[in-house]
Design a protein around this ligand. Structure first.
Ligand SMILES: O=P(O)(O)OC[C@@H](O)[C@@H](O)c1c[nH]c2ccccc12
Length: 261
């Protein structure tokens, strides 16, 4: 079993348990459920930098990245740095995150928040909405076309935007549909952890212009972004490069400063 299969197997059990504890009807009653959402798409279309900064304590590929920070500080730091949005890992077992992190970030900042999660069930979309997300991630590698359609339509009906993540041409072919807002190319292969910016370059021409394109993972230098921009990328998802430092907000701010010189 590859790591992605393992994550999905565990996620199935986790979601079934969560569902039995908190029904959708209860999530719908949460204060945040009807709270207005902010558009990441709009922010990226009007930005010259397009940085989406991630909160990630650890990962299966890198083990511990940074366990010592508090989410509120990180979120405020990212917002002050001028990022377009923040991605919050909510998976506990493999990434050390949780839905509480999303709630704390929501209380701290107004920038668009992405729930970074392995979504395999519509229930998780209701959870995302109830915990202050503006955008959800759908990973093509773990979903089929029918699910992508059902989940993305559900998300949009709840006022959320949808970022679809792909890693290869085949995934792109079956998953492009009008109910998506943002198309992300993951430079990291989630099954092998191999990282290559070439993935973003190769797939860019196959993504229709109506979607905002995001390049995800393995970005550590401004030069990488300058290489990707001519391929039409308007968003850049960066985690480790910022989270490895003691002050991710400061690192993001310095990175952005270097971009606009
Ligand atoms: O830390 P990096 O290499 O900058 O990567 C961030 C982000 O792209 C990565 O965490 C990610 C992209 N897609 C995912 C799907 C699930 C979990 C994590 C991810």
């Amino acid at each position: 079993m590859n790591i992605l299969d393992k994550i999905v197997t565990d996620k199935r059990k986790e979601v079934d348990l969560r569902k039995s504890l908190i029904p959708v009807s209860q999530l719908e009653k949460s204060v945040l459920f009807d709270y207005p959402t902010v558009s990441l798409t709009d922010k990226l279309r009007h930005s010259e930098t397009g940085i989406i900064a991630e909160h990630k304590r650890r990962s299966p590929s890198k083990s511990v990245i940074n366990q010592d920070l508090n989410v509120q500080d990180v979120a405020r730091g990212y917002e002050a740095a001028g990022v377009c949005g923040m991605s919050v890992l909510t998976d506990a077992k493999y990434f050390g995150g949780g839905l509480d992190d999303l709630l704390v970030a929501r209380a701290a900042v107004d920038i668009p928040l992405l729930r970074k999660e392995f979504i395999i069930d519509e229930y998780q979309i209701f959870e995302a909405r109830a915990h202050g997300a503006d955008v959800i991630l759908l990973i093509a590698a773990i979903l089929d076309k029918k699910k992508i359609k059902r989940f993305s339509e559900r998300a949009q009906s709840l006022g959320l935007e949808v970022l679809l993540e792909v890693h290869n041409e085949e995934e792109l072919h079956y998953s492009i549909m009008p109910s998506l807002d943002l198309l992300g190319v993951n430079n990291r292969n989630l099954k092998t952890f191999a990282v290559s910016l070439e993935t973003s370059k190769k797939l860019s021409a196959l993504i229709p212009d109506d979607f905002v394109k995001i390049s995800e993972s393995g970005i550590s230098r401004v030069e990488a972004i300058q290489q990707l921009q001519p391929y039409g990328y308007q968003g850049f998802l960066i985690g480790e490069t910022f989270m490895r430092t003691q002050n991710p907000g400061k690192a993001a701010g310095e990175f952005i400063d270097r971009m606009v010189i």
